[in-house]
Design a protein around this ligand. Structure first.
Ligand SMILES: [Zn+2]
Length: 119
């Protein structure tokens, strides 16, 4: 992948996708692992229709390399950005099971935006 942007330890490694993205600009792993389980209700969010963690309801998927359960939100974030702990991804829209890359923010866990949308 090509690193296209850098902001405070976060490298954007792929342009974000939306409804107008051409097929060739969409990461193949998104198409294979995420897209088949996305519903677009028409309100702007891309809703995960796959499994969720029973404890908190966040999107859950199998890690394609280990087969172990992992956060689908984290997986999607790492398709588009390169970042390391303690940075985390959060949905700026506040919708628990939305996975639209344009609604994600990469942030410190204690930053104001993280606190704002913590539920
Ligand atoms: Zn959203």
């Amino acid at each position: 992948m090509i690193k296209i942007e850098h902001h405070g330890g976060v490298f954007q490694i792929h342009p974000l996708i939306d409804e107008t993205s051409s097929l060739g600009s969409i990461p193949p792993l998104w198409l294979k692992l995420i897209e088949p389980k996305i519903i677009r209700p028409g309100d702007g969010h891309w809703i995960w229709d796959g499994q969720v963690f029973p404890s908190h309801g966040l999107p859950k998927m199998k890690n394609p390399e280990t087969g172990k359960p992992m956060s689908a939100r984290s997986y999607v974030a790492h398709l588009f950005w390169e970042f390391a702990d303690p940075l985390a991804c959060k949905m700026a829209c506040g919708v628990r099971n939305c996975l639209k890359p344009g609604h994600m923010v990469i942030t410190l866990p204690q930053s104001p935006i993280f606190q704002t949308f913590r539920s």
